[in-house]
Design a protein around this ligand. Sequence first.
Ligand code: PEP
Ligand code: MG
Length: 586
Amino acid sequence: MAKLTGIPASPGVAIGRVFPVDRRRARVPRYHIQDDQVDSEVARLDSAVRESVEQLRQIRQSLGEGEQGDILDAHRMMADDPTLLQGAKGLIRDELLNAEWAVRRLVRDMSEKLGSDGYLAERRADLDEVGDRIVHNLIGEKPEAVALPMDEAVIVAYDLPTAEAAVLLSSGKIKGLVTDFGSKTSHTAILARALEVPCVVGAGQASEIARAGDLIALDGTTGEVLLSPDPTEVQRFEAARAQAKTREAALLEDRDLPAQTLDGRRVCLLANIEFPEEVPSVLAHGGEGVGLYRTEFLYLNREELPTEEEHFRAYCTILERMQGRPVTIRTLDLGGDKLPIGHRSHEPNPALGLRAIRFTLRHPQLFRTQVRALLRASVHGNLQIMLPMIAAVGELREAKEQIEVIRQELLKEGKPVAPKIPTGIMIETPAAALAGDRLALECDFFSIGTNDLIQYSLAIDRGNRDVAYLYRPLHLGVLRLIQASVAGAKAAGIDCAMCGEMAGDPAYVLVLLGLGIDTLSMNPADIPKVKQVIRVADVRDAKKLLEAAMAFSSHDEIERYVLDEMRKRFPDLISEAPAAGPQHPV
Ligand code: PEP
Ligand code: MG
């Protein structure tokens, strides 16, 4: 038996047989052509691109609605993109490269521009995959048709191409997925979550060790992968699977019960989403609204900017599907390494650079397009606008002024706009938390973004594994900053929500109740567990626990105390694993 540990990417336990899927890179012949061969080489390229677009269209058609279809649409658009085709033709004409070489060179150059971190690295994988398909078609090797396996299949791959992932995972035949490579934010991981297939990514050499047909077990909650497990281990996984199913069913039974403590404090549980397609999952898990829609995902999959109509359609879809429940849409948090394809940051320290609200205020045209769409969508549901990473009152004022100008412009055009759209800010910097009393006088709500607040207060790059051990939500400094934010909000009579990962960890529920946070926004799947803790919690007890915890000085002591107390009170709900670190998006 071999045991591997990877990154848990989609929860659930799977036991099945190894189904290896090889990502075969196309072999690329490289040679120079003669001048008189240019036209026929260009024609060959045209035909390979047409073939690729048609193949992707056919795969897309077989998938139906949802995330998997959207990703395939993006691939088809990339294959059909004139920049790619014209660029490759340019290399054929100017440098007399054969078509395969031209495609590979162009894709390499375009990918390099995307960098190797964060979201754009994922788009790079998409681009590579599309380039590979075109090369396969040029050399007359059909990209391997995905044979649908037996019902017990657990896919094991080095890195599963998105098109294959979409076909395989949506077939309903796949029990689980393990990849050697990848991150939680890769498209494949997103797909696995959307299609509820247990998945572990970044599992090292799984694809090298696993042999087709071998027994395999994986736990998408812990990241554990067992190859050829012995019967005792299989039993352990089966028990975990049964337990998880019973727990999930019990949790979902409480879906429509209010998140209210034993002593009557009503907490509002909202969801964080990245795609409009996630709305059904929000409702299925009992989400009372959307507390954070990360609109930058509208920008990241593509080369050109989304139009006002595209923004408008995405917002209306969410607002209408949420049927009057609150929907908090965050204006774009672009900048640093989060840039549309083709744009590149030259900042030495992007996390401290022109990101989020700073980026939008510097690019008023981008902000205008988004705000016009938001205001137009405001009459289609219960919209709240949220501004990311406000660190100074001046930024808030400037953003609000621009929003007001756009409102007047739309009214003049005769377009309806809701009379009052609550506009709030994310508290993500220590400065904002400490100046919370003043900021609160000029906005309608706060939402604490702990992912960034922890990064900026503890001076820890949230994407850097080397300092991940220092990423501690229960650091006394972080708790005091949350306290200051809540106090500022309460003094001005506005709501203080939390939408960082800390809000979705059941181990922190009493601490957050003690701190006075009444609105928590999290990944949809985390809602039921958090609700269960709330329903058996007591606010007086929470305040005492918080006071005792904050009497300790080191984050280790605070954490140990809180986790011990939580396990004593809720033994079935709080796991033995350490509380969550920075899970999104690194
Ligand atoms: C946060 O910083 O906590 C947050 C929710 O925003 P993001 O994770 O998108 O930066
Ligand atoms: Mg943030």
